[in-house]
Design a protein around this ligand. Structure first.
Ligand code: ATP
Length: 509
């Protein structure tokens, strides 16, 4: 195994080549911020979402006191009554400050821009998008050329664009501009996509595509309480699409305009917020590790008090589960946020729908009426799939493919391959029988063409953990070889034991 670095370009190229991820509408030149999943990518993302749903909603989950906890699912619409977004604060406040370049007509998120140069005097300054190494190199070169120096000195600093003054902005050159002073001051920009329902396109028919799945859960809280047997503490889970008209979509699928979320709203008595918040934070962190994000690239980061959302200040807090992607390194990017949202959302909806205090929950066990507090673990399926891809990607020049995708078996798009070594001696027939048997339960690959080396190489790139090969010995000994993807070790297994052998390794026995 080599220590060659993983680069995002290589990962994106493999995703394209092997059909994990394509640009949306690629034949028309794509569309910025939208991505399609090909066969392998779809299987990977589905395995991720299924594992989440299964572990959160379907299987028994024991809470902090060792008792099983109740979580039920909902599946809500993408378009909701627009009043939802007024109540949630999105219609008024779901804004990112942004900056327009008057010269290049490009638009940037203000908090993504950094400025390089000497702040004192009237020196020229260069702005570029943080994390874009090429742009940073270009800005540094331009600065050196302009000031006729070899390298920036101690008085050249990096400063967030949001922290510079109007005078400094006037001296600042935009990332795609040729003259300074073309960047506007940061302005608010609503990230929700708008559409119209019905034939008339007026203000009354305006609606939004949901920017998060959470509000469908909150708006249905009372329906779920009335129609199922849940009692506090309990959770409602949802997986579904969300849309944000991100100003600068970038870093592959990490910041897309259409993406999928996996969200739980966990409703609790206010006095138990700290205990539940800590429990969810730790359980969710362990869950990501359990599906293969075991490296030091995964971290849990508790927010500082001044970073907390307005509703989380006095309670249990917020933490992010973050992954060090090749494009964020040495920094991290958020995979999931776990937040104590107090009773903010439920009281907002109760007040905006006009029923107010009447909508408080009645807790029989405590003989008390209250608006439950909420702990929200909110994860992104696309960022999760991207982290799994980055974690799995392992350059290995000793293999014909040059790379092996080391997915956790539960996440692997193809669980095993069955190959006849040669096309004679009845090997293809035996292989096909085994393939059919395994196929009843799992996604299995069967291939009798090409050299065995090439077939193994394809499975290394797809991240298939096991390859069973029917060879010359199979007919006489009744055994096949199994090749382990990560260690390249081969062992023989009795052919009639293969289904059990595989189930045991996949945890599906
Ligand atoms: P960021 O600060 O990176 O914009 P956020 O804090 O706004 O993210 P949340 O509103 O907490 O994100 O959304 C929950 C999860 O949804 C995130 O942890 C992330 O996994 C996912 N997510 C949010 N925005 C995007 C996006 N534009 N593209 C892909 N996934 C996203």
């Amino acid at each position: 195994m080599s220590d060659s670095p993983k680069t995002m370009d290589d990962i994106v190229a493999l995703c394209r080549r092997r059909g994990f991820i394509f640009q949306s509408s690629e034949i028309y030149g794509g569309i910025n911020g939208f991505w399609d999943y090909g066969p392998l990518g779809t299987a990977l993302k589905r395995n991720l979402k299924n594992a989440w749903w299964s572990d959160v909603v379907e299987r028994e989950l024991l809470g902090p006191d060792g008792e099983p906890i109740d979580i039920v699912g909902v599946d809500c619409t993408i378009i909701m009554n627009p009043k939802t977004w007024v109540a949630s604060g999105h219609a008024g406040g779901f804004n990112d400050p942004m900056v327009d370049c008057r010269e290049s007509k490009q638009r940037y998120r203000a908090d993504h821009l950094v400025v390089l140069g000497r702040m004192a005097g009237d020196a020229r300054l260069w702005a570029f998008v943080e994390g874009d190494d090429d742009a940073r190199t270009r800005a540094t070169k331009a600065l050196c050329k302009y000031e006729r120096i070899d390298a920036p000195g101690a008085d050249h600093v990096l400063r967030p664009f949001t922290a510079i003054s109007a005078d400094e902005r006037a001296r600042c050159l935009g990332p795609a501009a040729s003259e300074p002073g073309s960047l506007t001051e940061p302005r608010q920009f609503n990230l929700m996509f708008k559409t119209h329902c019905g034939a008339l396109q007026d203000d009354d028919s305006m609606a939004y595509l949901r920017p998060e799945t959470a509000q469908g859960i909150f708006a249905n809280f009372w329906n779920v309480v009335d129609t199922s047997r849940v009692k506090i503490p309990f959770g409602i889970a949802q997986v579904g699409k969300a849309f944000r008209n991100e100003v600068t979509p970038r870093n592959f699928t990490f910041r897309s305009r259409e993406f999928e979320q996996m969200e739980i709203e966990f409703f609790i008595h206010p006095s138990t917020a700290v205990e539940w918040y800590r429990w969810w934070r730790d359980w969710r962190f362990g869950w990501w590790q359990s599906i293969g994000l075991t490296s030091a690239n995964l971290q849990l980061r508790e927010h500082d008090r001044d970073e907390l959302a307005h509703y989380a200040k006095n309670g249990a807090g917020t933490s992010d589960i973050e992954y060090r992607f090749p494009f964020t390194s040495p920094g991290y990017g958020e995979l999931e946020g776990v937040a104590h949202r107090a009773d903010f959302d439920l009281t907002q909806h109760a007040n905006h729908c006009g029923k107010g205090e009447k909508m408080r929950y009645f807790d029989q066990a405590r003989n008390e009426r209250y608006f439950p507090h909420v702990v929200e673990p909110s994860a992104g399926a696309d960022r999760g799939a991207l982290a799994l891809l980055c974690e799995a990607y392992t350059p290995d020049p000793s293999r014909p493919s040059g790379v092996v995708m080391r997915f956790h078996p539960r996440m692997a798009p193809i669980k095993a391959a069955v190959y006849p070594l040669t096309a004679k001696d009845g090997q293809p027939e035996i292989a096909e029988r085994l393939y059919r048997e395994l196929r009843r339960k799992h996604t299995i690959e069967f291939d009798e063409k090409q050299s065995i080396g090439k077939r193994y190489a394809r499975m290394d790139e797809a991240g298939t953990p096991y390859c069973f090969t029917i060879d010359g010995e199979t007919a006489s000994t009744g055994s096949v070889t199994v090749r382990h993807r990560d260690t390249l070790q081969q062992e023989r297994v009795a052919i009639d034991q293969v289904p059990t052998w595989l189930d045991e390794r996949l945890g599906t026995a």
